[in-house]
Ligand binder design. Sequence first.
Ligand SMILES: [Zn+2]
Length: 490
Amino acid sequence: MGILAFGLFACASGQPVETAPLPATEAAQVTPPEPATTESLLATLSVSPTTLPIISEPPAPLSQYTINATLDYDAHFLTVEEQITYFNNSGVSIPDVVLLVEPNRYQGAFHLQSISWKDGADITNYTLEGPVLRIPLEAALPPGGRLDVNLSFESNLPAQEAPYGYTERQSNLGDWYPFIPPYNSAGWLIREFSGQGEHLAYESADFLVNFRLANTNTASGQPLIIAASAMPETAGETQQYHLEAARSFALSISPQFLVQETLVGEVTVKSYTFPFHAAADEPALQETGKALAAFSEIFGPYPHQSLSVVEADFLNGMEYDGLIFLSHAFYEFYTGDQKSNLTIISAHEVAHQWWYGLVGNDQANEPWLDEALSTYSELLFYEQVYPQLTSWWRENRIDFHEPQGWVDSTIYEFGPQGFYPYRDAVYLRGAMFLGDLRQTMGDEAFLAFLRDYLQQFAHRQATGEDFFSLLAKHSTADLSGITDAYFANR
Ligand SMILES: [Zn+2]
């Protein structure tokens, strides 16, 4: 993610709204979106039918996170036991173990109660400094080696409008448990927090989460509703979830959620909204479902069995595997048609299921790899689902901002107030770069490249070098003029 809700484009500055707002719906079950037809995509992309890629299997076995958590909603207090089974899939020996503990960025908010090896022996020689928990090893962990770490901890959620924290109407659990980041020949992939964008990188892992509410109602008696990265497999006090080959597992809890549901193929799409702007609720579900169908056809199958789209009590969109947040502002400023941030950002966050969820990257130093692709995917969505609006998308999403800056900027280059310059360089110029690339290569080669990129790097980490090395295999055109125009370091 990282998309601020306000001032994104011209509809906020007086573009006429051509259609009346859709009627509000209270239906719990909504009609499934029209399936996108192969003809519409092929007509748009001018390519002959191509077999969809088989997404490569993850390196087996993946690391596993088993998390038993209890949330006291009114106290904003989490009690967690976590078992990590880690497999060294890096290909090199690892000298120590690092866990990233994002909740420990907040003063006094994280209390590690115990940490031990699988045999129960306490780990006493660890250090915990800010978000980095480091455990020295007596002997390096060889490639393919396994480690088991057990933790128990408590967290006080911070009061903040963010993907991790609580507000008056919602508690959000994004990046809420310690996890082991990717390791490569340069060491652990750990990046500093920045005011802009995301700084974390993740390996694909399997999750088993048992989640319990200390009280199923709020103190004032309202039942609590849980949105999660997967659908619960058990009814009752403890909700059990499985999510496989994913970068993360997120939840959002609120007593105010209205829930709607639809099916896209075999994927359950659930929407969770606040009861303030009913006209936008069903469109949020429908656009999410249409984006899921479109990208499954363009890129390759969606890898999970469900997708939750959650109205966020903060000003951003944000992606996690199986769960996307859309700011309440997108609902509030829904125009009644697809010329809306609600539509654009639904498509954007759904696209991250491929460009973030499947293909991982260093989001801090190479944010363009997931953000430029997700922004350009918005156009692919419009081409397939609302082809009459592609010019509108380009004019309002890109041209209106007259974007400047290098696509290969990091999240650290723009200062604390620099979201718009960051977005312009990485997201918008990134999408322009991909558009120029497509024009030069031709639709067929461009699509074949995207699918191959997905196939090669699904469940792995891709770098800019990987991107361009693979690109060279799909195009004999001289691309130096394009890369010179958009990249500072190519
Ligand atoms: Zn994004």
